[in-house]
Design a protein around this ligand. Structure first.
Ligand code: PMP
Length: 359
C-alpha cells in the first residue's frame, strides 16, 4: 500500500526512514535476538537508547548544565496538573496566558489546586490569536507564568517570549524542535512526543534544575519532577519503545541539520500554504497574520459548504486528516518537522485545482 500525505495534528507523520529502521530491527534488535520492546529497561540495549535520546535532545535544544531532560507519562495533559503541583508553593499564585483550547485545560487543572491568575484571555479573539508580551497583566510574586507556545487547534503561535519576575513555563507540545529557542528564557518546557518527536506515550520535560526542590511535601514522590530527575527518568519502567522512537527521530533531526535547518524548512513549507491562502478571497485563513503557526495551518473556505467537499476530494488525492478540530471547524493542515515538503507542494496544487473547479 502506498503511504499518503498525512496532515494529522497528532499522533502525526514520522520520518519514513525512522519507521523503516524500527521495522528492520523490530524482531531482532541489532542481533541480540529480541525486540527493543522486549528489552529490560535496566539492560544494556535499552540503556544505550535512553542515554542517546537524552543526549540528542540536549544537543538539539542546546541545553546548558542548568537544565535536565525528563521522560514523563500521562501526556501533556498530566503536566497541566503536575506543573502547579510541583512549581507552585503553598499560598502562591500562578499566572496563565489563556492562549486557546489547550491553555483552557491547563488553567482548569491549575484552579483545582490553588490560586490561578489569568494574565490575558485570547480565546475569543477573531481572527484567532494567542498572547504576546505586551498584552499580559502579570502580578509580581507569582510562582510562574504559563503559556501555550503553539496552540494546535487554533493554529496560533507565540512569536516573542514574555519576561516577568517569575519563571516561564511553556506547553510546546505542537512545536518542540521546530524553531530555534533560547531555553535559558524558560523554567520548564513540556511536550507530548506525538507531533514532532515520535509516537505517543512519552512526554518530554526540560526543567531548570533549581526548580526541582519547589514541590511541597504533600506531593507524592512519583508525581514529583525531582524523583524523575534524580532517577534519570528510570524511577519506574519508562515507555521504552516510545523513547526508542524519540531516539531515532532525534538522530534523524541531527542528521538533517538540527533545529536551525528544521526552522528554515518549516518556514518555507508554511509560507507556501499561507501564500496560497492569501492569494484569493476563495480562502479565509483563520489566524491573525501576526500569530500564524508554521506547524498547524488553519483555514476556512469562504463558502463553508465547500469544506466537506474539499476534505473528501483531498482524501481521494492522497491528502488526508485535514478536518479542523470540532471546536473551531474548518480545515487544518498540520505540517510538523517530519511532514515532507512534497506533501505541501501537493496540497498547494490541489488547492489551486479545487479553486479553479469550485470558485
Ligand atoms: N497541549 C497541546 C498544545 C496539544 O496540542 C495537546 C494534544 N493535541 C495536548 C496539550 C494534550 O496532549 P496529550 O493528549 O498528550 O495529553
Amino acid at each position: 500500500m502506498n503511504r499518503v500525505f498525512n496532515f494529522s495534528a497528532g499522533p502525526a507523520v514520522l520520518p519514513e526512514s525512522v519507521l523503516a529502521e524500527a521495522q528492520e530491527h523490530l524482531l531482532n534488535y541489532h542481533g541480540c535476538g529480541f525486540s527493543i520492546m522486549e528489552a529490560s529497561h535496566r539492560g544494556p540495549q535499552y540503556d544505550a537508547v535512553h542515554q542517546e535520546a537524552v543526549a540528542n535532545l540536549s544537543t538539539l535544544l542546546g541545553l546548558s548544565d542548568d537544565y535536565q531532560v525528563l521522560f514523563l507519562t500521562g501526556g501533556a495533559t498530566a503536566q497541566f496538573a503536575l506543573v502547579p503541583m510541583n512549581l507552585r508553593g503553598a499560598g502562591q499564585s500562578a499566572n496563565y496566558s489563556l492562549d486557546g483550547a489547550w491553555a483552557k485545560k491547563a488553567v482548569a487543572e491549575a484552579k483545582i489546586m490553588g490560586d490561578t491568575h489569568v494574565a490575558g484571555d485570547f480565546t475569543a479573539a477573531k481572527p484567532l490569536r494567542c498572547g504576546s508580551p505586551a498584552d499580559l497583566d502579570c502580578p509580581e510574586g507569582a510562582a510562574y507564568l504559563h503559556i501555550t507556545s503553539n496552540e494546535t487547534i487554533e493554529g496560533v503561535q507565540w512569536k516573542e517570549w514574555p519576561e516577568t519576575d517569575a519563571p516561564l513555563v511553556a506547553d510546546m507540545s505542537s512545536e518542540i524542535l521546530s524553531r530555534e529557542i533560547d531555553v535559558s528564557k524558560f523554567g520548564f518546557i513540556y511536550a507530548g512526543a506525538q507531533k514532532n518527536l515520535g509516537p505517543s506515550g512519552v512526554t518530554i520535560g526540560i526543567i531548570r534544575k533549581d526548580l526541582l526542590d519547589r514541590a511541597p511535601d504533600s506531593v507524592p514522590s512519583i508525581l514529583r519532577y525531582k524523583t524523575h530527575a534524580d532517577a534519570n527518568s528510570l524511577k519506574n519502567t519508562p515507555p521504552s519503545f516510545s523513547i526508542y522512537m524519540v531516539c531515532l527521530v532525534t538522530r534523524w533531526l541531527l542528521a538533517e541539520g538540527g533545529v536551525a535547518a528544521m526552522q528554515t524548512r518549516n518556514e518555507r513549507k508554511a509560507g507556501k500554504l499561507y501564500d496560497t491562502l492569501d492569494a484569493s478571497a476563495f480562502w479565509s485563513p483563520s489566524a491573525d497574520p501576526a500569530f500564524r503557526s508554521p506547524m498547524n495551518v488553519t483555514f476556512r473556505i469562504a463558502n463553508n459548504d465547500l469544506e466537506p467537499v474539499f476534505l473528501e476530494e483531498a482524501a481521494e488525492n492522497g491528502l488526508v486528516a485535514m478536518k479542523g478540530h470540532r471546536s473551531v471547524g474548518g480545515i487544518r493542515a498540520s505540517i510538523y518537522n517530519a511532514f515532507p515538503e512534497a506533501g505541501v507542494d501537493a496540497l498547494v496544487s490541489f488547492m489551486n485545482a479545487f479553486e479553479a473547479k469550485h470558485g
